[in-house]
Design a protein around this ligand. Structure first.
Ligand code: IVH
Length: 703
């Protein structure tokens, strides 16, 4: 089969439609399942529209497995019941989260199979226990005909319309046209997709949308999406899928082991999780449980444990079932990422830009691997919607590197003397809890802010930390404890005060040795020589992030021109829209901000004028695209990037035919392989330095 469709191959509309479908299926698999697209999105869209147009003129060519048929169907009144051909069972859960859980399972299996101590260790397939919801996918002659939830195990609900919208689930299996193949697996939502969805929901709610809500966790969001009656809404909820087993099978020789079965499903184009293994005996299971436990926070999705399955399917059959649970499988849990605890109080914290965040003070609780006593409530609106009140029993969630948050209240446990709903303004009497400046909230915004700006010590502390951080002025050794000390002692009132800090003043501070004091003095002195982009980023202008700061530096070349720029001039800058332009104008309209810039300059903070560089200095990398990979011996990632950009080059995150050089350091990964595959020149740090030192002599030098 030719997967790289070109219309000239097709002798008839039917052949053309088939060829387009095959090509789109192939590219959807590369994109959704393997995460490795081989054509640009625009090309995929073009093929898609070509097929759509063809089906429009020849409706008889429209098939159930056509990629154009993912989002179809009506808003339903309810879901039809589906009787499962093979019941969907659950597995026994081992709640002992220590090694004992794995050992107990292995001992049980060996006893049931009447194995002697001298018999060899069992082979087990070990995989992750995904925290989503179980789905049965029924393929007939290779085409997805039905998807159903587990329900009570005997019958579930027909959710085919919604499941079809999940790009990862193939509408047609690759190379498998057997009469019946039911694939079972878990529909779940990735953590980043979940966070983005909730962020979007918060935006909708802030803008006044009535019937919207945020979701408690990825599992609830996934379950809600699958049981959504309107398939168009379901399609907007980003879901993913992993296959882990079978239902009814007709006409297929099932592979002899569970591991081989999963390999076969993957070969048919179904997503199968790569974090799985075949291992021996209790010791192997314990090792898998431990290594996945260490990896858990880094996974892009939630798991609540691992699953062990006897690998040999004949032995599985021999072991059979007991009270609706297979004897050959077990789930071995991890400590939970959600816990209940009591809300003792609500604190209001002041952020760098003055944002006031309600923070829950909790009775300490062990969740997601640490003891949590503070959790965010995001903003007043969220706290009100969740109806969180002091005295309530709340559910706290801590998963991955996401900060702990209160996701809901257990209303059944609400005490009679519970507190009032949160009214932030009333609570604070209208004043910032740190500096007593009036608080304000702009029309259409969810957050209250302190209006004190850098007058407010809380904002000043955050602003100093921001200013000193690595990607900005890069003052090593100026951490939050020290900033607290310096601000609280009245030593640091403004950013420029940093440059008046001398050795004697620092060495006299609590917990500060002479060596650290000297190091900090040196780091502060070193930070004076910077770039305009870093300097602008470090000022903490609202909406001006690293790349906008760089664009502004490039466009205006010097800070005086930027400080005086009119709105229209700001709007000419790459990626600067009205909100950003207004925020920059607002910042520099305040005399004390200009004063800060002047004082920093007077203190000796310097940068080469960006446009000056463009005109005078050689720019040997003008028009060149470079990719960095691995660890370079002396240059940090940011440093290398700055040097390349100062020389006129661009740094890209991925290697393609357009890449001019790959700069590889130690432990370079797949980018290095890709460079070799495409024949892109690979240099080390010394090679990069040679390039940077070379004269401008490139073909693109003229532009
Ligand atoms: S196997 C007969 N494997 O956990 C065995 N289940 O009670 C059927 N789950 O609701 C289940 N990850 O949705 C299996 N790798 C995995 C799983 C898994 C998650 C869920 C499944 C079911 C529950 C088991």
């Amino acid at each position: 089969m030719d997967l790289f469709h070109s219309p000239s191959d097709a002798s008839s509309p039917a052949a053309l439609a088939a060829s387009l479908r095959a090509s789109l299926q192939h590219h959807a698999h590369l994109y959704y399942v393997l995460d490795a697209p081989s054509i640009p999105d625009a090309e995929y869209d073009r093929l898609f529209r070509e097929l759509q147009a063809l089906e429009e003129t020849h409706p008889e060519l429209r098939t159930a497995d056509s990629p154009t048929q993912r989002v179809i169907g009506q808003v339903l009144d309810g879901f039809a019941a589906v009787r499962h051909a093979v019941p969907m069972l659950s597995i026994r859960t081992e709640t002992d989260t220590t090694a004992g859980g794995a050992e107990a399972f292995d001992a049980r299996v060996r006893r049931e199979l009447a194995l002697a101590e001298t018999d060899p260790a069992m082979d087990y397939a070990a995989e992750l226990k995904f925290d989503g919801l179980a789905i049965n996918l029924r393929y007939e002659c290779g085409v997805l005909v039905q998807a159903a939830t587990r329900g009570d195990g005997e019958s579930g609900e027909d959710v085919t319309q919604n499941i079809r919208t999940i790009g990862q689930i193939p509408l047609r299996l690759m190379g498998c046209e057997v009469p019946v193949l039911e694939v079972r697996g878990e529909v779940y939502m990735r953590r980043d997709d979940f966070e983005a969805l909730n962020e979007r929901q918060r935006g909708l709610i802030a803008a006044g949308a009535k019937n919207e809500k945020t979701f408690v966790n990825p599992r609830n969001a996934a379950a809600g999406a699958v049981r959504q009656l309107d398939p168009a809404i379901a399609a907007k909820r980003p879901l993913s899928f992993f296959a882990y087993g079978l239902g009814e099978v007709q006409g297929w020789a099932v592979p002899p082991t569970h591991a081989a079965l999963l390999d076969a499903l993957a070969a048919m184009g179904l997503p199968v999780c790569a974090d799985r293994t075949v291992t021996q005996g209790a010791a192997g299971l314990v090792a898998f449980h431990r290594s996945m436990g260490e990896k858990r926070d880094m996974l892009p999705f939630d798991i609540d444990g691992v699953v062990y399955k006897v690998n040999d399917r004949m032995l599985q059959e021999k072991l059979g079932f007991v009270s609706r649970e297979p004897r050959w499988a077990v789930a071995h849990k991890y400590p939970a990422q959600e816990q209940m605890t009591r809300l003792l109080d609500i604190d209001i914290q002041v952020g760098r830009t003055g944002k006031l965040t309600p923070v829950a003070k909790l009775e300490p609780v062990f969740v997601g691997g640490t003891t949590v006593s503070n959790a965010t409530l995001h903003n007043e609106g969220e706290a009100q919607r969740k109806d969180v009140r002091v005295g309530d029993t709340v559910i706290v969630r801590r998963a991955g590197d996401v900060i702990p948050e209160v996701v809901g209240v257990v209303l059944e446990r609400r005490p009679a003397d519970v507190g009032e709903p949160l009214d932030l303004y009333k609570r604070l009497g209208g004043h910032c809890p740190v500096c007593a400046s009036p608080i304000e909230r702009e029309e259409g915004e969810a957050d209250w802010r302190c209006s004190g700006g850098l007058y407010c010590p809380a904002q000043r502390k955050q602003a100093l930390l921001h200013f000193a951080s690595r990607r900005m002025m890069d003052i090593e050794g100026l951490g939050d404890k020290l900033v607290d000390q310096l601000v609280d002692a009245g030593i640091l009132r403004t950013l420029p005060d940093l440059y008046t800090l001398g050795f004697a003043k620092l060495a006299a501070l609590d917990r500060m040795g002479e060596k650290s004091a000297q190091n900090l003095v040196d780091a502060i002195a070193k930070s004076k020589s910077t770039t305009l982009g870093r300097f602008l980023f470090s000022l903490g202008i609202r909406h001006v992030g690293e790349s906008t700061a760089k664009d502004l530096a490039k466009h205006f070349g010097n800070i005086d021109r930027l400080m005086d720029a009119r709105l229209e001039e700001l709007l000419e800058v790459n990626d600067v829209g009205p909100v950003v332009a207004q925020s920059i104008r607002h910042f520099f309209d305040q005399p004390h901000h200009r004063e800060i810039v002047e004082q920093l300059r007077a203190a000796g903070v310097r940068w080469p004028d960006a446009q000056g560089t463009a005109n005078d200095a050689p720019r040997p990398l003008l028009g060149k695209v470079l990719v960095l990979t691995g660890t370079l011996p002396t240059l940090g990632r940011d440093e290398a990037k700055d040097l390349i950009e100062a020389a006129g080059g661009k740094v890209s995150g991925s290697v393609s035919k357009k890449t001019n050089y790959v700069i590889a350091g130690e432990e370079a990964g797949s980018k290095l392989d890709k460079a070799r595959e495409l024949g892109v020149p690979v240099l080390d740090e010394a090679g990069l330095r040679n390039l940077l030192a070379s004269e401008e002599s490139t073909p693109n030098a003229g532009d």
